[in-house]
Design a protein around this ligand. Structure first.
Ligand code: SAH
Length: 356
């Protein structure tokens, strides 16, 4: 447990920081300076914020927390993918993954320590749930990972697809998005940010009303029978309700389609009937389908399909007019690929320590 109850500078979007400063008797315009140091320049030691004046620097350093995460370990995949293991003040571990490509670098960030949804094919789900991340802990994943990218690389896209279910931590996620989008900080456009959900139906509208981001939905199955097993949340919010709610969202347009993630698992959801049902489910809804061959890991019995089966599945979707891409697996050699984030060593160590 961390007993430091001081407020955290990175928990507040600029407008809220201004109000906080004003209440504490600090000139509100100082909030913008601090914001620029924290996110524009990646400096979070108040003593180094040279344009603030000695008194304010001392006050910030004693009355506020400024760093939420420390980079404990950085692993580099043979394909250039970087996975950071980040430690919070209470010892909790989260992971963030930077994925460099030709023309962009995507950072995949976590929103919870563990995950309560227990999807049967996902390593994070097998961990169980510990707690929500704070806004500061979400934002600090960018600050820490940005600092270790190769020279000349910058984060161009952010996906909330790491550990956890973003819509079960919506207020912190929305504040983090506001910080990420502020022009005097990270300055990401909304279309560069994607929030992925397993389908927490009553929170979809709140997300899109709160932030102009892309919505991704982890679908993975076309019948309730199969989805109930893969994504147990489906028992509370079945496919019919999920699709009806998505169709009712006016923020979803051809320019801002829903991204559907579909993890292909051998003999589970990879038949031509599945493909046809998927076409029917998505009919008339602006959408893009991202097919991800299952990344195997020790906590799940599923395997990826044969390559011919995967391409037949994709071909069927494309023929029906869906926009579909096959996601290449990145970082699998360092357990950084989709569904493999589990802070594995930490868990093993913890299990050993608790042994009698
Ligand atoms: N809870 C949110 C955010 C996590 S996104 C959500 O479910 O959308 C993580 C993505 O990786 C999800 O689409 C998930 O279904 C996918 N995934 C999980 N385990 C996987 C695995 N073993 N192989 C491939 N994709 C996986």
């Amino acid at each position: 447990m961390s007993c430091d109850l001081r407020p955290h500078l990175k928990d507040y979007p600029l407008e809220e920081l201004r109000v906080r400063f004003e209440r504490a008797g600090v000139a509100p315009y100082r909030a913008l300076q601090v914001h620029q140091w924290l996110y524009g320049r990646g400096v979070d030691d108040p003593h180094a914020m040279t344009d603030l004046g000695e008194d304010l620097r001392l006050r910030l350093a004693s009355e506020w927390r400024t760093r939420a995460l420390e980079l404990e370990q950085l692993q580099r995949s043979t394909d250039g993918t970087l996975k950071g293991r980040l430690r919070a003040a209470d010892g909790a571990i989260v992971e963030a993954v930077a994925i460099p490509e030709d023309d962009r670098t995507t950072l995949c960030i976590s929103t919870q320590v563990g995950c309560p949804l227990a999807c049967s094919f996902c390593a994070t789900g097998a961990l169980g749930f510990e707690r929500n991340l704070s806004t500061a802990e979400i934002v600090d994943q960018l600050v820490r990972m940005r600092a270790v990218l190769d020279p000349g690389r910058r984060i161009t896209n952010v996906v909330f697809m790491g550990m956890g279910e973003p819509l079960l931590n919506l207020p912190a996620v929305l504040r983090a998005v506001r910080i990420l989008m502020h022009p005097k900080g990270f300055s990401f456009a909304g279309r560069r940010i994607t929030v992925s959900t397993a389908g927490v139906v009553p929170r979809l509208r709140g997300l899109l009303e709160g932030a102009p981001v892309n919505l991704a939905v982890s679908l993975h199955a076309t019948t309730d029978e199969v989805r109930d097993v893969l994504v147990p949340l489906n028992r509370r919010f079945p496919l019919g309700e999920l699709m009806a709610e998505l169709r009712s969202l006016e923020q979803v347009t051809p320019r801002r389609p829903v991204f559907f993630e579909y993890t292909l698992m051998r003999g589970v959801n990879d038949t031509l009937d599945d493909a046809c049902r998927l076409v029917r489910l998505l009919q008339g809804l602006p959408s893009k389908v991202n097919v991800i061959p299952m990344n195997p890991h020790p906590d799940a019995p599923y395997r990826p399909p044969e390559p011919e089966v995967a391409s037949r599945f994709l071909g069927e979707l494309a023929r029906a007019g869906l926009t579909v891409t096959l996601r290449r697996s990145r970082g699998a050699d360092i357990d950084a690929a989709c569904g493999q984030l589990a802070a594995r060593e930490a868990v093993e160590v913890a299990a050993e320590c608790s042994r009698p």
